[in-house]
Every structure is written in C-alpha cells, then in structure tokens.
Write a protein that binds this ligand. Structure first.
Ligand code: TXA
Ligand code: MG
Length: 322
C-alpha cells in the first residue's frame, strides 16, 4: 500500500479517500489521529489492523457538528450538553449511549461511544468534507507513544495506511480527557487536555476511574500504553544504576537535572505544564535510542495538566503498575 501525503490544499482528496473506506491520519490539537468512516465496519477494521491494536479497545468518534452528535447517540444528558457548551471544540471526549449508526466494532461492543469535537480547524474541515463521523485513535502502533507530528506518524505507519494530512505539530501534545456520562456518576477514564477541576467547575463532582492495573476490564487503561522500548523509571532511585548503565534523563524542569547522563530532555525549563505536555511524547521518542539502557524520568507537579502528564509517564514506566 502506498501512503499518500495530503496538505491543507488537498483536503478534498483526503476526504474522498475517507468516504471510500480508506484510512487517513490527520492532526488534531492533541495528537495525530488515524481516521476512518465511523459508520463503515470494514474501514474501522483497517484502523485496528494498521495500528496492530487489539479489537477490545474502543475508538473515539470525531465530529464537526452537534447534529452529528445527535445522529450517533440516543441521548445527550444535560451534563453532557453543558460540557459541550463549555469545552467544545476541544480536548474532551464524552462517552454517550450510542445509536445503531455506529457499528459495534467502533465501541468494542460497549453501549457507549466516545465523542469529541476537535479544536483543530483542519480536522474539522476534513470531517465536514468527508460528510462522515470519523473514528480516530491516536495514529501510533499499539503501545507506542502518540505522535505529535506527521513525520512520527509516517515512521510507524508509512505503507500501512492510505493517507496522511501533514499540517504541522499539535498544540496540546497530550490526548483528550475521556469522561463517561453513561453511568450513574460522571467518571473520568483518562485525564487529559481538559482537567478534572475544569470539568467539576461546570458539572460538579466527578469520580475518577481506579488506577490502571486494578480494573483490568476498563478498556484503554492497559499499563503498557504509551511506552518507550528503553525501560523508563519514574521518580526512581538512581543509586543502583550509575555504574554500568548508559542513563538518559527525562526531566520535568531544569531543577530536576543531574550530572552524568548520556542524554537529557527537559520538558519545560521553567516548569510550565502546558509547554511540558506539548513536548512530552517527542522527548520520550528522542530518548528511545539503542545507545541508552535506561531513562530516569521526574514527574510533573500533580495538578492541572500535570495529572495527565504523570498518568502517561506512569503508564510508560517499568516501576509502576506491574
Ligand atoms: O486526543 C485524543 O483523544 C486522540 C485524538 C486523535 O483525538 N485520540 C486518542 O484515541 O487518544 P485513542 O484511541 O488512542 O484513545 C482513546 C481512549 C482509549 O483509552 C479508549 O479505550 C477510550 O478512550 N475509549 C474510547 N471509547 C470508549 C468507550 N466507548 N468506552 C470506554 N472507553 C473508551
Ligand atoms: Mg492511543
């Protein structure tokens, strides 16, 4: 398969490919997604195959209008409406009861479908031009970190997908928050670009799904998500490693830096959470090298976007949730 590269001026062709059941990666404000027509089971099967993703992990459906949300769901609870008004378009995915238009393969048989309206105008234009809701998981191979540039998508998926829209790097850099409104209480499955505090300010208290590993049935909460190939240790004790190992450090801020490493990445020298989220996956990828034995990472402050950053670092780390 040849992967066609599209740009802003060839979005119509990319949309045509999607309408015909193709797979096209595209930028959102969080990370690149691998899109396919969410109403076409065959197209969705190609997404799972390209990513080598197990079919029990459901996909998020991306929309460009509220009418489409009504078509793909059976009910929009009042809390969902408030959150859409407050945060859409933006990095918040809401799990809502799905209508029959969405085939079971999209939700891995679950009754709820994750819906999100991306803030990136290129993404919304592509969805509009395709005339379909687009299912799009992050455009990486299963268990790898999410791509924040087209080059990184192609390094993993060139020849495995029909196309990619190349439109620069992603502003937020970390995936959307995933909130379920399908149960009795709103439950945060994944911390992300819209923080828990921002959500609670609009709809009141939300539950947080139990830490990964304790609830192995919760989809998409596998601990080996978002990993580097080189073992990564989070807030670990360095003393046992310094002798023989080639150590890299992944620092949150300048103040976390130490001597004696073969490579250093600082997510935000001044310790700014927004900047750190933007840099996280690219920095992890740059340290994922053959000449490095171990990556020592330091956590962000556990507040705001830092909660999402630490969630991804914990999932990548060998010393957490094993
Ligand atoms: O920012 C994002 O959300 C990016 C961009 C491309 O939109 N997408 C993304 O998709 O990160 P993905 O598939 O890599 O992660 C979606 C997460 C997974 O953990 C999945 O299990 C969960 O959301 N999810 C999706 N639909 C769900 C559902 N119906 N019920 C429970 N969890 C769901
Ligand atoms: Mg993903």
């Amino acid at each position: 398969m040849r992967t066609t590269v599209y740009y802003q001026n060839s979005l119509k062709e990319a949309a045509e490919c999607l309408r015909c059941g193709g797979t096209v990666a595209f930028p959102t404000e969080t990370v690149y997604g691998l899109g396919a027509d969410a109403t076409n089971s065959e197209a969705i099967a190609k997404v799972f195959e390209a990513k080598k993703r197990p079919s029990f992990d459901p996909l998020i459906v991306h929309v460009a209008s509220l009418e489409t949300v009504q078509e793909i769901t059976t009910e929009i609870p009042a809390a969902a409406q408030k959150l859409m008004d407050a945060f859409w378009p933006g990095p918040l995915t809401l799990i809502l009861p799905k209508s029959d238009i969405i085939p079971d393969i999209v939700t891995a048989g679950l009754p709820g479908v994750g819906v999100r309206m991306p803030a990136n105008p290129i993404a919304r234009e592509l969805i509009e031009l395709s005339g379909r809701p687009l299912a799009a998981p992050s455009a990486n191979l299963f268990t790898h970190t999410s791509p924040t540039s087209a080059q990184v998508v192609l390094s993993m998926l060139d020849g495995r997908i029909d196309g990619i829209v190349d439109e620069g790097s992603c502003a937020v850099g970390i995936e959307s928050s995933v909130l379920s409104l399908a149960g009795e209480r709103p439950t945060l499955f994944r911390p992300g670009g819209v923080t828990r505090a921002m959500i609670e300010a609009v709809i009141g208290p939300v539950d947080v799904a139990p830490p990964i590993g304790q609830d192995s049935h919760a989809p998409g909460r596998l601990s080996k998500h978002y990993a580097t190939t080189v073992p990564l240790m989070l807030n670990a004790n360095w003393e046992n490693y310094t002798e023989a190992n080639r150590i890299a450090q992944l620092c949150f801020a300048d103040t976390d830096m130490r001597e004696g490493c073969v490579a250093t990445e600082v997510l935000s020298p001044k310790g700014d959470l927004i900047e750190a989220a933007q840099n996280l996956y690219a920095a992890m990828r740059r340290l994922d090298r053959d000449d490095i034995d171990i990556i020592f990472a330091t956590a962000a402050p556990e507040e705001g976007l830092g909660i999402a950053i630490n969630d991804r670092l914990k999932r990548a780390a060998s010393n957490f949730f094993q």
